[in-house]
Design a protein around this ligand. Structure first.
Ligand code: ADP
Ligand code: 5GP
Length: 217
């Protein structure tokens, strides 16, 4: 286990779902709940939607800039989704988890798989969000009001591809009631933070208990 100056090592918390199931909404709620959580701002070659802010929602970059980041080894993972490149910049994640801060990712199954298979795999908590139904998924994409009918059709077509990877995740939640799903996510995160592997200082504490115990003999 790597020694860190923090009480515990940070977790890589991954949320995936078909587009429209609610992961961005849930991620925003989690960020409000715990201000120590760090959102992993992805780089993407897709165009910004109305209201999206560069460097906050995404780093909006050109194809050439994206390729340069990948070639420099600066991406923890990257994938081609809906005709655009998306990737998670590595340096901010490494800094955060070494300092004991958890990082929240809103990424697809390909990115989740790459992170799970990386050196950071043991520190990963992955959660898949399912919609209550495909009809509701469509309704949510339409009600979000951010995509053209063509883009919505493309996202709906791809939804099964994403859903088919549901069983590779640590936890799977059906996002029917938003408040209930948020509560479940908080419960999962709170429990994962208490796992043995997340608490490097436990070994020192047990050693101290042992020496106190031996002094009493
Ligand atoms: P994703 O990030 O998975 O693409 P969003 O978080 O953007 O999905 O959610 C899509 C739309 O569905 C948004 O308008 C959001 O407010 C709405 N939504 C999310 N979760 C629920 C829910 N449990 N019930 C009803 N509407 C929801
Ligand atoms: P959107 O265009 O709706 O913001 O995102 C489309 C899809 O790309 C979503 O499934 C989202 O989770 C995924 N995505 C966003 N950022 C990344 C990333 O950095 N890596 C990967 N692999 N997928 C991402």
């Amino acid at each position: 286990m790597t020694k860190t100056p923090a009480d515990r090592r940070g977790l890589l918390i991954i949320l995936s779902s078909p587009s429209g199931a609610g992961k961005s909404t849930l991620a925003r709620r989690l960020m409000k709940w715990d201000e120590t959580l760090q959102f992993s701002v992805s780089a993407t070659t897709r165009k910004a939607r109305e209201g999206e802010v560069d460097k906050k929602d995404y780093y909006f970059v050109s194809d050439a800039e994206f390729r340069k980041m990948v070639a420099a080894g600066d991406m923890l993972e990257h994938a081609h989704v809906f005709g655009n490149f998306y990737g998670s910049p590595k340096p901010p994640v490494e800094t955060a988890i070494e300092a004991g801060r958890d990082v929240l990712f809103d990424i697809d199954w390909q990115g989740a798989q790459q992170i799970r298979n990386s050196a950071l795999g043991p520190y990963t908590l992955s959660i898949f969000i399912l919609p209550p139904s495909i009809a509701e998924l469509h309704r949510r994409l339409v009600s979000r009001g951010q995509d053209t009918p063509e883009t919505i059709a493309k996202r709906m077509q791809k939804s099964w591809d994403e859903i088919s990877h549901w069983d590779g995740y640590d936890y799977v939640l059906i996002n029917d009631d938003l408040d209930a799903t948020e509560e479940k996510l908080k419960t999962i995160i709170k429990a994962e933070r208490l796992k043995f592997a997340q608490q490097p200082r436990l070994t020192d504490h047990v050693r101290a208990l042992q020496s106190e115990f031996e002094d009493l003999q």
